[in-house]
Write a protein that binds this ligand. Structure first.
Ligand SMILES: [Mg+2]
Length: 306
């Protein structure tokens, strides 16, 4: 059913997704600190605050700020925003730091992005990790979410897998936010089918999302074996897994994030992606939503995101 989504409502959905993304990122990254164990989180023992957010959140804040300002992605402006706001100590990969430095010093983004990985472009999970709020913003149109996600991805990730990863996460978040507006939780299989339908069938990301759908209801180690957990920091190794977790635990933010921590791998990024999709559905401070205590433990977001 067609409906009108006003700019304020779009932004509210995007900001809830950003809350879920940033808390997932900040809590997930705590498990790279020596002495922290996933079993503590499973037992309800949280790491001491503050939980500092990383590159996932910094870039997602630029995406949300761009949507708040223009209602769409302007690729030139977004590339510059990513480049100017990059604080390398936030856990950016060396390839990302290099591409962003090139952009900051005047190289056009199409040239900078294409130069990664000996001219293949990056298929890292960095375009997927920042895009959930954009998907929530376009809750009324998965095709618009997919198109805008592609635009947001290609300024740093020229490889088709890197772009497909962003499209998959944005469409998952759009479907989650739409389900929240409709008051009707989608079956996990239907959610994953909706994501797969938006993807280039030639991509490995598409194959892994389909594989994740085949594995609904299966034990976590079997899923990680089959589709990855982000340990390779590629979109292929990250996005199918995150779609499985988000579809399985769409009604339960804490369990969704704990599942990412338990799975290991690129935990700040998997928890950021999953957190953004799930929070687009649950919201913040609601039953099953982002717990207010977790939000309070997360380092405050930068003032410029509003
Ligand atoms: Mg990170």
């Amino acid at each position: 059913m067609a409906f009108t989504l006003f700019p304020d409502s779009r932004l509210a959905l995007a900001r809830d997704a950003l809350a879920g993304l940033s808390v997932g990122d900040a809590l997930g990254s705590q498990f790279f600190v020596p002495g922290r164990h996933p079993a503590d989180l499973a037992a309800g023992r949280l790491p001491p605050p503050p939980w500092e957010w990383t590159d996932d959140t910094e870039m997602a804040c630029s995406v949300v700020a761009a949507l708040a300002e223009a209602g769409r992605v302007d690729r030139d402006a977004l590339a510059l925003a990513f480049a100017r706001r990059c604080e390398p100590y936030r856990g950016y990969g060396p390839g990302a730091v290099r591409v962003l430095r090139l952009i900051r010093t005047g190289t056009p983004w199409p040239v900078a992005a294409a130069s990664a990985f000996d001219g293949q472009g990056s298929c890292g999970n960095g375009a997927a990790m920042r895009v959930g709020p954009l998907g929530a913003y376009f809750a009324d149109s998965t095709s618009r979410a997919a198109e805008q996600a592609g635009a947001s991805a290609e300024v740093t990730h020229a490889h088709p897998e890197g772009i497909a990863g962003a499209v998959a996460v944005a469409v998952a978040a759009a479907l989650a936010a739409r389900a929240r507006l409709d008051g009707d939780r989608p079956e996990p299989a239907r959610l994953l089918a909706g994501v797969a339908a938006a993807l280039d069938p030639a991509t490995e990301v598409h194959r892994r999302v389909r594989r994740a759908a085949d594995l609904l209801g299966r034990p976590l180690p079997e899923v990680v074996d089959a589709v990855g957990n982000g340990a390779r920091v590629t979109a292929q190794d990250t996005v199918g897994f995150t779609c499985w977790v988000a579809a399985t635990h769409l009604h339960d933010y804490p369990t969704a994030v704990r599942t990412c921590v338990e799975a290991g791998g690129d935990v700040d990024t998997t928890a950021a992606i999953v957190g953004s999709v799930v929070a687009a559905y649950t919201g913040v401070g609601t039953p099953g939503g982002v717990p207010p205590g977790w939000l309070a433990a997360r380092e405050p977001l930068p003032a410029w995101v509003g």
